[in-house]
Write a protein that binds this ligand. Structure first.
Ligand code: PEP
Ligand code: MG
Length: 607
């Protein structure tokens, strides 16, 4: 903005109060600064005599705003009022939806040896000697220049975000990527980048946002790593409990199999390291007292939240007993994974798996799945278009594993793009060319897929399902198209049943008509929920309740009005807190990710 414009610029101000128990931390601040960047206006956050550019994520974080603090949001420029209105709304939503790190209740304990009390990151028992974290750095770069290393790091974070998008911890990678962008602006060398990171860390030290310092260190580590400056850690080859001041979020994924537990001394429950450790299920504590890393076994009790550095014989017996009990619970579930899941009243519920390729189908078999309730074929198409031969082989490998298999035809569009097919750029892709609508826009691609599926079926019974069906006509047209493909290729498909996903709300009101034409239904709760509430399932700030009341009622309506078999294949099917209500609604088939099969069966046995 020029001097003249600035003088006459419209200005709009609001006071924003931090109400989240976690303060205005990295993830909400990343969403907020991204929103601010959408406006031409200059946007500043002013507090305690400081004024910073709110489009700069690092500057926002350096304000160290915690619960109870407030700041003035000052927008100046042509779209100042619009910016203020939008940012105020986004901010309020962010504060409302940001939940405090869950405080896990501590069990009582009866250890005889003295115990250090800590905060529980993740429950569980570990008995092993300590190993104090140490690392070695290589000094040699591999020739990758700084800017390429930055681009590679941004790509890695983007990939991590995409891979973890459906998990709450996925947004950590998105926030780290925005931070990387902010910190590398106008920076030309790794030395300048390191110095920007160090100044940012200095601004956070001792403040409310100190728990995010590891994210900054992580970014520096990523970029250096991409340039070839490796960090080497010689992890012990025998079981150990890791003792460290803190870990970087990215290190959690690289922890070795010999690791039994983690004790961090300078971390916090709100750190991204803690969030990722909890998600990984490794027994972990934060213990602030000075601890000696001795060579003898110690006890980490992640149920009672204590560390016993000098256990007595009796303490070992107690911990071993707890460990066995814990293992037995998981083991019992694991041992019974191939058994049928029958409710207490004797109703048998089928538990199938959602898979994407031959490897995940094999994993599903090993996990105890009784079939495949959803084969998401789009994953076979991801990098490059598979040939007809490649498709047929992949389907054959999968079909040979189970008798009960539901294949879904290509479901791209919305948030799922394919690099090699032209989908129109649409303002609302979730409401555009998606799923079964590709039968009209890309008939050759779909015809080849159907031919490969029919060829691989080799006359065996199979269910073929169409995604995003919104009207009876869209189903009958898709089925007629499939029949035409079979006729043209002279393939007998009399053993193939044709059904549909229930994921567009219009279907809920047309069930009597659908009953006349479909062979089965499978409820896609992920999309059905997003369309019921008009909230994109990937929306960064609006939160969609995965167990929403409207979703349950929609399922109950389908279960009572459908005259053909109904299963559920969206995420709700594997949500242990929903199992009882789904089963009581009359659902008899649940299709879940392979890792949830044993657990889902166990839940059903208690309904
Ligand atoms: C769903 O929408 O619930 C579903 C299972 O399909 P996807 O998540 O692949 O869109
Ligand atoms: Mg869907």
């Amino acid at each position: 903005m020029g001097l003249f414009d600035r003088f006459f610029a419209k200005s709009a101000t609001a006071v924003l109060h931090i109400t989240s128990p976690n303060g205005f931390h990295l993830r909400p601040a990343a969403v907020f600064s991204a929103e601010a960047k959408k406006f031409a206006a200059s946007i500043e956050a002013e507090t305690r005599g400081q004024s910073i550019d709110a489009k700069n994520l690092n500057a926002l974080l350096s304000l160290n705003l915690e619960k109870g603090d407030h700041f003035d949001l000052v927008c100046k420029g042509k779209d100042a009022e619009k910016a203020l209105e939008s940012l105020t709304a986004v901010f309020e939503k962010l504060m409302e939806s940001d939940e405090a790190a869950e405080n896990i209740d501590k069990a009582t304990h009866a250890y005889e040896g003295s115990a250090f009390h800590g905060d529980i990151i993740a429950q569980g028992i570990a008995i092993a000697p300590f190993w104090r974290y140490s690392e070695r750095h290589s000094q040699e770069a591999n020739g990758t220049d700084f800017h390429t290393a930055l681009a590679n790091t941004a790509d890695i974070l983007e990939r991590e975000y995409k891979a973890n998008k459906t998990r709450p911890e996925g947004t950590i990678f998105l926030a780290q990527r925005s931070l990387l962008e902010t910190l590398s602006q106008d920076v030309q060398t790794i030395e300048a980048f390191e110095s920007a990171i160090n100044s940012a860390i200095a601004a956070l030290e001792g403040g409310a946002m100190a728990s995010k310092i590891t994210d900054y260190r992580d970014l520096l580590g990523h970029v250096k790593n991409a340039m070839g400056y490796k960090t080497q850690v010689a992890w012990p080859a025998s079981p150990f409990i890791l003792l460290a001041d803190d870990l970087l979020p990215s290190q959690v994924e690289q922890l070795p199999k010999t690791l039994e537990g983690v004790v961090l001394q300078k971390s916090s429950l709100a750190s991204h390291t803690a969030i990722l450790l909890r998600a990984s299920g490794i027994p972990s504590l934060i213990v602030r007292d000075p601890v000696d890393a001795m060579q003898k076994p110690v006890i980490l009790d992640g149920f009672a939240g204590v560390l016993v550095p000098n256990p007595t014989l009796h303490d070992f017996e107690t911990a071993e007993h707890l460990l066995a009990q814990n293992r037995n619970q998981n083991k019992a579930q694991h041992t019974r994974r191939f058994d049928a899941a029958t409710t207490t009243s004797g109703r048998k519920i089928k538990v199938l798996a959602n898979v994407t390729d031959p490897a995940s189908a094999k994993a599903a078999k090993e996990a105890g799945a009784e079939g495949i309730g959803l084969l998401r074929t789009e994953f076979l198409f991801q990098e490059k278009k598979p040939t007809f031969q490649e498709q047929t082989e992949a389907y054959k490998a999968i079909f040979s594993l189970f008798d009960d298999i539901t294949v879904r035809t290509l479901d791209v569009g919305g948030d799922k793009a394919l690099p090699y097919i032209n989908l129109p750029k649409e303002p609302n892709p979730f409401l555009g060319i998606r799923g079964v609508r590709l039968f009209e826009s890309h008939p050759d691609l779909i015809a080849e897929q159907l031919k490969a599926i029919f060829t691989a079926a080799e006359g065996k019974e199979l269910k073929v399902m169409f995604p995003m069906v919104d009207s009876v006509e869209s189903f009958t047209k898709a089925k007629a198209f499939a029949k035409e493909v079979a006729d043209n290729e002279n393939i007998d498909i009399s053993a193939i049943a044709f059904g549909m996903m229930v994921e567009v709300p219009s279907v809920l009101f047309l069930l009597p008509e659908f009953n006349e034409v479909v062979d089965f239904y499978s409820i896609g709760t992920n999309d059905l929920n997003q369309y019921l509430y008009a909230i994109e399932r990937t929306h960064p700030t609006l939160s969609l309740d995965p167990r929403s009341e409207a979703l349950f009622r929609a399922i109950e309506k389908v279960a009572s009005e459908a005259k053909k078999p109904v299963s559920i294949c969206g995420e709700l099917a594997g949500d242990g807190d929903a199992t009882a209500r789904l089963v009581n609604a009359g659902i008899t088939t649940l299709s879940v990710s392979p890792g949830l099969v044993a657990q889902t069966k166990e839940r059903i046995r208690h309904v």
